[in-house]
Design a protein around this ligand. Structure first.
Ligand code: F3S
Ligand code: F3S
Length: 105
């Protein structure tokens, strides 16, 4: 799977959503999350993120390790909805993400 990391927090550019052929990038309150079971590793989202927040799972920079777990854990209760667009914005974040300091805007 691919993982969205710290640069997305409070930015949520959403350019990635339009690229994903399987609609597996879900919107939370402070960032977007890639569904680890629904992502087919096509990689189309990675180059379009203007803040370079998206990484192949094995390439997530060490300081952003927590985001790998966050992308997985976000879906613990949601399961596998099979498409982000029909769900719309999900009014929550993984606790790790919710606890990040606010990004200066
Ligand atoms: Fe976030 Fe980049 Fe997508 S900022 S919403 S990962 S395009
Ligand atoms: Fe979609 Fe990116 Fe995975 S475009 S299939 S989330 S690599």
């Amino acid at each position: 799977t691919y993982i969205i990391a710290e640069p997305c927090v409070d930015v949520l550019d959403k350019a990635c959503i339009d690229e994903c052929p399987v609609d597996c990038i879900y919107e939370g309150n402070r960032m977007l999350y890639i569904h680890p079971d629904e992502c087919v590793d096509c990689g189309a989202c990675e180059p379009v993120c203007p803040v370079e927040a998206i990484f192949y799972e094995d390439d997530v920079p060490e300081e952003w390790d927590g985001y790998t777990k966050a992308n997985y854990d976000f879906f613990d209760e949601l399961g596998s909805p099979g498409g982000a667009s029909k769900i719309g914005k999900i009014e929550k974040d993984d606790p790790f993400v919710a606890g990040q300091p606010p990004e200066p805007s």
